[in-house]
Write a protein that binds this ligand. Sequence first.
Ligand code: SF4
Length: 340
Amino acid sequence: MTDETTERLEPEYRPRKYVSVSTLTSYSRCPRKYFYEKNGLRSDSLQLNPTYGSAMHEAVPVALETEDLELSLEAFLSIWTDVEKEIEIRGIDPKKHNRHNAARSLQHFIFTHAGRKSIYKLQPPPEGGLERDETTSPYEVPWAIDIGERVPLAGRLDGICTHRDTGEPWVWELKTTGMYLNSQFFDAHEMYTQNLTYALVSQTSLDVPAAGVIIEGMLVHDKKVDNQCQMIPIQPHHLEDVLLWLQRTTRSLLEGEEMYADLLIKHDGDANAAALAFPKDFTGCTPYTHYYRPGWRCDFADLCRVPDWRALSDLYKVVPDHDFLKVTVEGGDVKQPNVN
Ligand code: SF4
């Protein structure tokens, strides 16, 4: 969280020691967008949705285990209370992201999952895995795999579960979303890089033969509550396909970083000249070229309109680098996936 009274951080590119699937997805869509993000630039440093989602990731496993609203809300507030202070300081009125709506959503979640209504049961992480950060949900599974590139691929699964009726294992992912939980939402999770990678990791590195990913969607809305889950089966041939994509994209990203470092030296530290190492992909700027949501426009369009992106970087907040996966990478073995 940013303290507005502290001195502004300067955008600075931070090379990486590992890659995550979300990094590779972002890089794939537009290398320049990835570059701006890696400089720490954000359109607003107070991003309510990711933090609200993190708080729900704490609360939902408690709701599943205890079926107790008070305990679930307590878990939610263990993360959310700090954000509430920031919201108060800024005088924001978060219509959707607040403790009242969280309580309503958790109540509905418990109602729809209590007893044997839930089609899955969360399982403890597989033994012998990486060290877990004690502050996160006990069902979270950190992982790191060697995909044959210079840095490991690392991440965290929200959990592993078993199907209530068949007993077969599935990867479990909780998604908080402002989108209605209809086929448009769930279809977007088929052939999605994150889910394919999670299936690859579970089947090859965690030795959990997951049939696919169970997506638990939770609506974040100021008037409605809803949650639904959908099973996304993963086809075996997609594991090979996603591994190839992970390798190729990681290589391209690392080449971009190397070129950036070389160009910085060549141009005497000029981060605008060196940014050419991360080309602009104009197919990602607007919905017209990207077949994306109507009205969508890239957050960084202003930076790409001017000859030197640094000229307008003051329009953005700069957030410090997070250590989301530090524990994952440093916590234990990096295994190699075997998709054959
Ligand atoms: S405006 Fe277009 S080119 Fe620029 S970062 Fe966004 S997607 Fe990439």
